[in-house]
Design a protein around this ligand. Structure first.
Ligand code: ADP
Length: 160
């Protein structure tokens, strides 16, 4: 039984995240999408509970995907839930350095956890949660960037 974690902020979940979730879920028995409870990120658009709810809504068609959240070290959370693999998405070379560093640190902390990288689908190359927030803030069209179910939640945040 291979269990994997896909960790991130998901503030908000984008079509790029969903693409990684759908592709990763085909490769493992259970995929736990885990929202990082970051105490320093007071500037989050959505609460951790809201983000988990959004993730539940957009992954309900995927039978082997579970939604969770964690505080502190990812590798400790991996131990707790007995996950052996961490999934990360890679967009451009710019993602590579920090992702590689994080993978090496995680491995030095827990050698039984491996990081698997999945490359983005080309249509999501430039897509990030911060890009969605910036476009929404200035009234741009975010329809192609995020799952339809959560579009109104994002737009509501920027209603004057
Ligand atoms: P972080 O908060 O670490 O920047 P996010 O929460 O936005 O990351 O995303 C979690 C993971 O999803 C990261 O591995 C990130 O590289 C990946 N990711 C984000 N957007 C995309 C995308 N458009 N295509 C592929 N992977 C992505």
């Amino acid at each position: 039984m291979l269990k994997a974690i896909y960790p991130g902020s998901f503030d908000p979940v984008t079509n790029g995240h969903l693409d990684i979730i759908e592709r990763a879920s085909k490769l493992v028995d259970t995929l736990v999408v885990a929202v990082l409870e970051n105490p320093n990120k007071s500037s989050s658009l959505f609460t951790v509970d809201e983000r988990k709810e959004h993730l539940r809504m957009v992954t309900k068609h995927l039978g082997n995907v579970e939604i969770s959240s964690f505080k502190g070290l990812l590798v400790e959370f991996a131990n707790e839930i007995d996950a052996k693999v961490v999934i990360r998405g890679l967009r451009a070379v710019t993602d590579f350095e920090s992702e590689f560093q994080m993978a090496l640190i995680n491995r030095s902390l827990n050698t039984s956890v491996e990081t698997f990288f999945i490359s983005t689908s080309v249509e999501y190359l430039y897509l990030s949660s911060s890009m969605v927030k910036e476009v929404a803030m200035f009234g741009g069209n975010i329809v192609d960037m995020i799952p339809a179910e959560i579009k109104d939640f994002v737009l509501d945040k920027y209603k004057k």
